[in-house]
Design a protein around this ligand. Structure first.
Ligand code: MEV
Length: 324
């Protein structure tokens, strides 16, 4: 048995279909080259020792048998529950040291929870010699996400595992890698951290009160996702941009856009980008714009002028991998 392993998993950006994907619809997600690094070392004893400085966790120690049983600091939860679920699945008893290090701020909705969860499951499968295929990594990681936050479609988990750009249906019912290259995207951060579970619950309330209307919105989003898939495969950026604009209007109708997001998205219109939308849960966080390369720099300037922060992000990145 090897004693120590380091893996990394990518973060993600939602291209089309957020929120509707929680209700059984498809979405398209791309993996981004900001990676979460997870180091796992087998130790003597029966404790989990965790170092996650990006979320202010330095030397957290808990007995493995207590993981998930007691109130724990927020920054420890995904790692703790991933370890608990993996150990339970394989009947493993051991001590463990885990260190995580992110290339990106957990402020952005880039998927740090899913990337760290996938990283831990993959690293444990390596150190304990329990080879898992992508589907098994998905089911253990997705269970972990649901155990911790109760909701989520799992699209971010799939992006962290498979990487690339994926057509995804809720809970992993479909994971279809799309053979597309890197996309000419610009990402703008509003400066406002958004809480995904809160926004998903907000949409759930809206859905309960306006079921017919919201189902119609989800139907339209589903059509956009399916059109988006075709346009991505044919690299029809003009059409993709229009679909992004349409998707944004529907997200606004769902009540998840915000003045700050609209402000940054309107910057895309000033420079003649193909189109733009919020990406993820909304309520703040990030927007994305598809832009011809000659207009890229002017769009960045407009985003900064509008009070946003441009975040460098390379799309279509590799999924979870062993580093050393
Ligand atoms: C959040 O990034 C995307 C949502 O669709 C939630 C999910 O799919 O889990 C809002």
């Amino acid at each position: 048995m090897i004693k120590r392993v380091e893996v990394s998993a990518p973060s993600k950006l939602m291209l089309f279909g957020e929120h509707a994907v929680v209700y059984g619809r498809p979405c398209i997600v791309t993996a981004v080259d900001h990676r979460m690094r997870v180091m796992v070392e087998v130790t003597d004893g029966n404790n989990l020792e965790l170092y996650a400085p990006d979320v202010d966790i330095i030397g957290y120690i808990e007995r493995i048998s207590n993981l998930g049983r007691r109130e724990a600091p927020k920054g420890t939860r995904f790692v703790s529950i991933a370890v608990r679920n993996f150990f339970k699945s394989f009947g493993i008893k051991s001590g463990l040291k885990v260190e995580t290090k992110s290339d990106f701020s957990s402020e952005f909705g880039f998927g740090s929870s899913s990337a760290v969860t996938v990283g831990v499951i993959k690293a444990l499968s390596e150190v304990f010699g329990k080879p898992l295929d992508n589907k098994k990594i998905f089911s253990l990681s997705y269970k972990t996400i649901l155990d911790v936050q109760g909701i989520g479609s799992g699209f971010d988990v799939a992006a962290a595992i498979w990487g690339g750009t994926i057509y995804f249906i809720t809970g992993g019912k479909k994971v279809e890698p799309l053979p597309v290259g890197e996309l000419p995207l610009v990402v703008g951060y509003t400066g406002i951290k958004a809480d995904t579970p809160t926004l998903v619950r907000q949409v759930a309330d809206f859905y309960k009160k306006n079921k017919k209307q919201v189902e119609k919105i989800f139907d339209s989003i589903e059509d956009i996702v399916n059109e988006g898939k075709k346009s991505l495969l044919s690299r029809d950026y003009k059409k993709l941009g229009k679909l992004m604009d349409q998707n944004q209007k529907l997200l606004d109708k769902l009540g998840v856009s915000s003045p700050e997001l609209e402000n940054l998205i309107s910057a895309t219109k000033k420079v003649g980008a193909y189109g733009g939308k919020l990406s993820g849960a909304g309520g703040g966080d990030c927007m994305i714009a598809l832009v011809p390369s000659i207009k890229r720099e002017s769009l960045k300037v407009e985003i900064e002028k509008a009070g946003g922060k441009v975040i460098r992000a390379k799309t279509n990145s590799e999924g979870v991998r062993v580093e050393k």
